[in-house]
Design a protein. Structure first.
Ligand code: FES
Ligand SMILES: [Fe+2]
Length: 395
């Protein structure tokens, strides 16, 4: 993010704190609740969003060194990601070319080769089939071309992208739609992997995404938690192709900065703000002073009413030193989830569950997005565009 852009955003938040906030939307929008209950829509979403679209999976820190691997099935397909012996990021269908078993159990680690648990065919971290058990008995065949099926993948700005269907290369800049400066600015390659968790929830996957899309609710739903740190009903709002960026103001941060330093150009942007990105089609990306969170939200199988949130966080170098200081063995990366889950799991997703029930009762056909909730409209329309459906309109 360029300096001028940071100053523009800080000024909006500073003025919003003084004057009561900014509103960005053109009007009120009616959004159909059937989006959260329709099995045909979910089948289309599965195909278009989770098979054919490049997905932001995580950061370079997920594969910190040559030989690192990460096997992940959250998209609904088993995917194996590796950093090969030359340091290249690679992705494969994690299915054995012999009889189709999953080769590498979901998880992370470092190993140069992978042996299938069924009959021990062995693959390199470049995906080549390098050994067939008892080959003389199995029968003779050409191993070339029988390696793991390679998936399009790309690593740029410290982000890892994979498309779960073989085919064309991924154009990361095109997927970012103008967020390239932002991503370069956050120095993501310097962040190291902290920890991850999976959050199952009884909500449609898009309702889980909705919970991150406005801060109108902070002073009500989060009055005992987040509201003392982040000013509710105040956000910047910018869109980048199908993606959006909102920046929220840290209340103590802004108070301290304005007391200490009248010149806004000297304010430390990252310490005063929480930046919330939606990265199409399913990821929320959060940046605060200490770390970044990648929150990938998926449908849970074919259920319209269940989702899984795969949440990983990555820390800046100075924060890594804090967690790994040998004098304080009780400091654990996982502890960061306590605060996140108090807000997102115990408050946001609970509320989303009640909206899911509302959608299923049929009592009402639509819900409303206000002028102060513009990101919700943007991302629901990004999905509609992706599926070739008519757009929602403000009135
Ligand atoms: S299925 Fe993998 S070795 Fe047989
Ligand atoms: Fe929330």
């Amino acid at each position: 993010m360029r300096r001028q852009e940071r100053l523009r955003l800080l000024a909006i938040l500073r003025d919003g704190l003084a004057n009561g906030g900014a509103v960005h939307g053109e009007g009120i929008v009616e959004s159909p609740l059937s989006d959260f209950t329709c099995p045909d829509l979910l089948a289309e979403e599965q195909r278009v969003f989770f098979r054919e679209t490049p997905l932001f999976m995580g950061l370079s820190g997920d594969l910190p060194e040559n030989g690192s691997y990460w096997a992940d099935s959250e998209t609904g397909l088993p995917i194996l990601m590796t950093r090969d012996d030359d340091g290249h990021f690679r992705a494969f269908a994690n299915t054995c070319r012999h009889r189709g078993a999953q080769v590498v159990p979901d998880g992370r680690g470092n190993q140069p080769r992978f042996s299938c648990p069924f009959h021990a065919w062995t693959y390199s971290n470049r995906g080549d089939l390098i050994a067939v058990t008892r080959a003389e008995r199995f029968g003779d065949f050409d191993k070339t071309g029988r390696g793991l099926i390679e998936l399009p993948c790309a690593e740029k700005y410290g982000m890892l992208w994979v498309r779960p269907t073989p085919g064309d290369d991924i154009d990361v800049d095109a997927a970012l739609g103008g967020l390239e400066d932002d991503m370069a600015h956050w120095e993501l390659p310097e962040h190291s992997y902290g920890a991850s968790q999976i959050i199952p929830a009884n909500v449609n996957w898009k309702l889980a995404v909705d919970t991150f899309g406005e801060n109108y609710h902070f002073d009500v739903l989060h009055r005992e938690t987040l509201a003392s740190d982040i000013r509710g009903n105040l956000q910047t709002h910018d869109t980048f192709g199908p993606n959006y960026r909102m920046v929220f103001a840290s209340i103590p941060g802004f108070a301290e900065a304005s007391a200490k330093e009248p010149d806004i150009e000297k304010w430390p942007f990252r310490h005063l703000t929480l930046s919330v990105y939606f990265i199409y089609p399913n990821t929320i990306f959060l940046v605060d002073g200490a770390a970044v969170d990648v929150v990938r939200i998926f449908p849970d199988g074919n259920s319209t009413r269940k989702s899984r949130t795969a949440h990983s966080f990555y820390v800046r170098p100075q924060v890594k030193a804090y967690f790994e200081d040998p004098e304080f063995p009780e400091r654990r990366y996982e502890d960061r989830f306590v605060g996140f889950n108090n807000v997102v799991v115990n408050e946001d997703y609970k509320m989303a569950e009640s909206t899911q029930r509302c959608a299923e009762t049929g009592f009402q056909s639509h819900v409303l997005f206000g002028r102060n909730e513009p990101a919700l409209l943007h991302y629901h329309n990004a999905h509609r565009r992706g599926l070739g459906k008519p757009l929602l309109e403000a009135r």
